[in-house]
Ligand binder design. Structure first.
Ligand code: ZN
Ligand code: ZN
Length: 153
């Protein structure tokens, strides 16, 4: 498993290979880091049930789409289309097919609504659905409120 989160101080990416224990996940860029609750949990199938960083149980799934790879494919298709412009239509169709294959070949990742940690390489529970803006907004509102109370008045 791989967990991707970020440092709330400097937004540096933090990578973990197992569920964190309670305490600070140190940041390599600044001297701070992200505080983990360390109460993450997996269900009987080994799927993520509770986020190990914030303890949230509301999660969503998303395609693990590598944007860099996607960008290079588009560049390649455009370059091919410019070089072999008599086959423009075939190249564009071929590009769309490659895109489609990639989309289905990519695995899913699970993301925590509350702290936006990304979990890779775990089975995904059937109840974990795609992104829901309503749930997201609830957490956004909650996060904003806690941020405000943290600010010195
Ligand atoms: Zn940092
Ligand atoms: Zn979380």
């Amino acid at each position: 498993m791989e967990i991707n989160t970020f440092c709330p101080e400097c937004e540096n990416g933090l990578f973990l290979h197992e569920m964190p224990n309670a305490g600070l996940i140190p940041c390599t860029r600044c001297s701070k880091g992200r505080e983990a609750l360390g109460n993450g949990g997996l269900d009987a199938q080994g799927a993520l049930a509770r986020c190990g960083i914030c303890g949230c149980t509301e999660l969503y799934r998303q395609k693990d789409f590598n944007t860099k790879l996607g960008m290079w494919i588009v560049v390649l298709i455009v370059a091919l289309a410019l070089i072999f412009n008599q086959y423009l239509f075939q190249i564009l169709v071929g590009g769309a097919v490659v895109d489609g294959i990639l989309y289905f070949a990519l695995g899913d990742i699970v993301i925590c609504y509350q702290c936006r940690a990304i979990y890779r390489g775990l089975p995904i529970a059937a109840k974990v659905k795609g992104f829901d803006l309503k749930i997201h907004d609830q957490y956004e509102f909650k996060n904003k409120k806690t941020e405000k109370t943290k600010e010195p008045s």
